[in-house]
Design a binder for this molecule. Structure first.
Ligand SMILES: [Zn+2]
Length: 132
């Protein structure tokens, strides 16, 4: 059993908040925040000028699609960070979120990925989740 001290929790909270700001800045580079849905972002659709050739237009669509998936990944990360911050507040931070598992996630892992949700044992089951 690993328990976190108040200082350690503060450190992880700081890491999470710093990461959150970084991701929000990243999102703002190519997406605008949807005022209706807090925390949701709309990817700006490229402006298709009439002077463009079809090839250039197709390239922009590809860019738009890669922006969409990047935006989606960043949003998922933001969600994980918010959830981790909630867990710090309610005292369950560092516990594996897998149903039926209540193990502690290793501190070394949380230092690299402070929003980690699962312990190493549960990782293969959740490999489809990015960054987890
Ligand atoms: Zn687990």
């Amino acid at each position: 059993m690993e328990k976190f001290t108040k200082e350690e929790l503060e450190k992880f909270k700081k890491l999470l908040l710093e990461k959150k700001v970084k991701i929000e800045r990243e999102l703002e580079r190519f997406a605008k925040k949807d005022p209706k849905l807090g925390g949701d972002y709309d990817t700006n659709f490229p402006d298709f000028g009439s002077h463009q050739s079809i090839d250039e237009g197709a390239l922009e669509v590809a860019d738009y699609e890669s922006s969409l998936s990047l935006e989606h990944n960043l949003e998922l990360q933001l969600k994980d960070i918010d959830e981790a911050l909630e867990r710090i507040e309610n005292g369950t931070y560092g516990r594996c979120q897998q149903d039926g598992c209540d193990d502690f996630i290793k501190k070394e892992r949380l230092e690299v990925l402070p929003e980690a949700k699962y312990c190493m044992k549960c990782l293969p089951n959740t490999a489809k989740h990015i960054n987890q």
